[in-house]
Write a protein that binds this ligand. Sequence first.
Ligand code: SF4
Ligand code: SF4
Length: 139
Amino acid sequence: MIKLLENFEFCKKCTKCCTKTEMILTLNDLKRLKKVSEEFYTYSNGFYRLKNVNGKCIFLENNICKIYELRPMGCRAYPLVYDERRGVILDDDCPLKTIPKKELLKGVKELLIALKEIERDYGYKVNWDLFRRSVNSIF
Ligand code: SF4
Ligand code: SF4
């Protein structure tokens, strides 16, 4: 099992999920991050999203998220993501394959909050039945 500290060191070397990010921002994310920046978002395909600079998330600095405590809900949940066909999955793009159960549970809670906010803010419809069924299969 990979411990959190090991994950952190691994992530510092990887930064894949902070590269060419398309992370969707909820209105709460926007509000929270506007306290530290005015130029961190873009609007595409119907959603506000994190902006990239030179192919990396605007908040990535020296391979570390410089707004870690304030990061968007989707970043908190990652590598758990919601796929419209498969439901809740560990993102295929993330090389971490073993994540402690405690971290997975935390990620599910964060993903749940993110999806509820996305429904409220954008009128997006989540398949909650698929969400529940798929959550069971990630443990
Ligand atoms: S893609 Fe996975 S391993 Fe890489 S930085 Fe993101 S969470 Fe860490
Ligand atoms: S906000 Fe932080 S964790 Fe999220 S993509 Fe940007 S650098 Fe990565």
